[in-house]
Design a protein around this ligand. Sequence first.
Ligand code: SF4
Length: 333
Amino acid sequence: MNVRLHPDIEQAWQVLHTGKPLSFELASALGRLPDSEVLDLASLANKVKNRYAANGGKVHACSIMNAKSGVCGENCRFCAQSRHNNANVEVYDLVGEERVLDQARTLFGLGIDHFGIVTSGYGYRKVTPEFGRILGMIDLLHRELPGLKVCASLGMLGDEPAAELARHGIAHYNINIQVDPRRYDALIADTHTVDERIETIRRLRANGISVCCGGIIGTGETMQERISMIYELRALDVTVIPLNVLVPIDGTPLEGADPVSVAEVVKTFAICRLAHPGKIIKFAAGRETVMKDFQGLLMLSGADGFLTGGYLTTRGRDIADDQRLAAQVALFS
Ligand code: SF4
């Protein structure tokens, strides 16, 4: 019986030996691997995660709160909150700070130490009264829950709001490029440009803010385009990489999108780990609803973190179930 590794996977073992990221050329070759080789690639990515990931492969869990929902003027094709789409979604203005504190306190009590405040909409070019209220929420959480890392995802930012977030000590700012930047307007949205997102990332970095930035799998992109997105993240020097698997929502242009196979998703996570040996790679939306029985496998294919306790417009799993999953994943370290 032939037990030799596929030659491209054998070559990729250099990442485990040296800690140096995979080259774009080899990543592209791995993107063409047949499904029958994918578990060998996943196994290598899991070893690289255990040896080089920032927290030694320990699962990094965070949770988010949708603090302002719906009626967004942007036209992101996957999003239930866009007013260009016809999805059934809760609509409300920025919630009060007590509600944010209650939710953060509950999650912190359950052992979740990263909490993200998320708002729908384009973002904040200036420090508006609403943005000022968000800064107040960040201060309140720091005061009332010492030890909690407060994150935010508020869309695109101008210079002044970015500087204010740095001053108020947020842990990470989330803004995703979603896909290969060259395909952003075709696959994601054309009411704003990916360059506006990238500009925001540069502003955040210039203010010393750690960036959480990733993408979404299943918008109609090719594997090669996914790999281009993964390497764009290297150029942007992000700290945390959240990867989502599309959850097609009724009433959005992607409601009938073809599901991506488990093998393709595993391959994407594994290549992402080999391209970013030391970063935190998080499995976000789609973990429970699309990957179902295979979500544990994804956690053994290079991911070392997940979003727990639900998403912006779709439900997640119980935090206790996720904590059990994290403990079981640790057995493979
Ligand atoms: S992803 Fe954000 S910017 Fe895009 S439509 Fe949804 S809420 Fe608006």
